[in-house]
Design a protein around this ligand. Structure first.
Ligand SMILES: Cc1ncc(COP(=O)(O)O)c(C=O)c1O
Length: 404
């Protein structure tokens, strides 16, 4: 059991008011809030040991380097990677996917096939389309059903010896569906294809074990799991990361530079050109400590309770339809009411202090599937409460009355 009232004390932002009402923050799938311990780590870095890393002999630089590398180790342990050099610290999920998609340019040939799921965020679609344009590879899509689940029998048919890569999210940001990634990975490997899993939405709810999953690449962003923006990870199996060329050239990623020839540094530095988000990386490690101190089993159980409660309460509103009704889903509720535009409801309930997301959630193909312009998305975190859900339900009822 979580002591939610106590946990809420860790988040200063939860005490603020919005438009004269207590903030109810239900936009956790877009970004999570930041606990004091992470804020303290950021202040501590800039107050006490702000310096560039990996290059200075002075004390501050060494302290910053040590803290950054400790953070990498924490990320490695959290995701159960075999080696810390398999963890590339990036600016986030989007950056991580682009490193892999660009890296595959010379590994694909015209006519090769790559498979994506219908449930993807644009950041796990567009870089692959760009890769197809560069290489002549063909993009195939695993379709979805009305519940927002992938059609796995079609996936079986799409796989062949032409398939070189499969990429899907672990959990859908727009609908909350938990995808059967174990099965997806196993089947892709049987066909000889590599797999990238976009864990941006999964990491706030579950603790992935990349070795147990046997996944080739796993990517996520710190800001979805109580860390700062502008930092995230690319996990890659050592052999894959060695096969991929560097993504950017610059300082830090080199071994030796002359005007005739440059040789590259080993992992992980080969993919970390330039000065990284040092403070962000350190704070990412602290965020993981914080989440682990609460415990992912307890987080998942409590968020599931919120999901069940919220689903039942929202469905009591006449004309409300939920999109994404898989039994296997996390605490995301995407909905619309009759023909009211989601933006109108979102704007009215913001006046009542409630933060939800409206729109296509960077997943336009899902909206096209349902033939809607977008949804209202309420996404719950472990620091939310049932009382806050009651406020959401009342606010949505009020908005519906005003717009009817
Ligand atoms: C499933 C999924 N993938 C990728 C992203 C992109 O993450 P970022 O903007 O942190 O790079 C998001 C962000 O919402 C997401 O939900």
């Amino acid at each position: 059991m979580l002591d939610v009232q106590n946990i809420r004390e860790d988040f200063p932002i939860l005490k603020r008011q919005v438009n004269g009402k207590p903030l109810v923050y239900f936009d956790n799938a877009a970004t999570s809030q930041t606990p004091q311990t992470v804020i303290d780590a950021i202040v501590d870095y800039y107050s006490n040991y702000n310096a560039n890393i990996h290059r200075g002999v002075h004390t501050l630089s060494q302290e910053a380097t040590d803290a950054y590398e400790i953070a990498r180790k924490k990320v490695q342990e959290h995701f159960s990677a075999k080696h810390s050099h398999e963890i590339i610290l990036t600016s986030g999920t989007t950056h991580s996917i682009n490193i892999v998609a660009t890296g595959f340019t010379n590994l694909l040939s015209k006519g090769d096939e790559i498979i994506v799921s219908a449930l993807e965020h644009h950041s796990n679609i567009v870089p692959w389309q760009m890769l197809c344009e560069r290489t002549g590879a063909i993009l195939k899509v695993i379709p979805m059903n009305e519940e927002g689940e992938l059609l796995m029998d079609v996936y079986d048919q799409l796989l062949s010896n032409k398939t070189k890569l499969v990429f899907t999210n672990h959990i859908s940001n727009a609908l909350g569906t938990i995808n059967p990634i174990e099965e997806i990975i196993k089947k892709a490997h049987n066909a000889g294809a590599a797999v990238l899993i976009d864990g941006a939405q999964a990491c706030p709810h579950v603790k992935p074990d990349v070795q147990a999953l046997d996944v080739d690449f796993y990517v996520a962003s710190a800001h979805k799991l109580c860390g700062p923006t502008g930092v995230g990870l690319l996990y890659g199996k050592e052999e894959w990361l060695n096969k991929l060329p560097p993504y950017q050239g610059g300082g830090e990623m080199i071994d030796e530079v002359t005007f005739e020839k440059t040789t590259y540094a080993g992992l992980p530095h080969k993919f970390e050109a330039g000065t990284p988000n040092i403070c962000g990386g350190i704070a990412f490690g602290v965020a993981l400590d914080y989440m682990n101190s609460i415990g992912f089993d307890a987080i998942a159980a409590y968020e599931n309770e919120l999901l069940e409660y919220g689903t039942q309460k929202l469905l009591e509103i006449e004309g409300l339809k939920i999109y994404g009704t898989s039994k296997n889903k996390t605490s995301v509720i995407s909905f619309n009411i009759d023909h009211i535009h989601p933006y109108d409801i979102g704007s009215i309930i913001d006046k009542l202090g409630i933060a939800v997301r409206t729109g296509h959630h960077c997943a336009q193909p899902i909206m096209d599937f349902y033939k809607i312009p977008g949804t209202i998305r309420a996404s719950f975190s472990f620091y939310n409460t049932k009382e806050e859900i009651d406020s959401l339900v009342e606010a949505v009822k009020k908005a519906k009355m005003m717009l009817a």
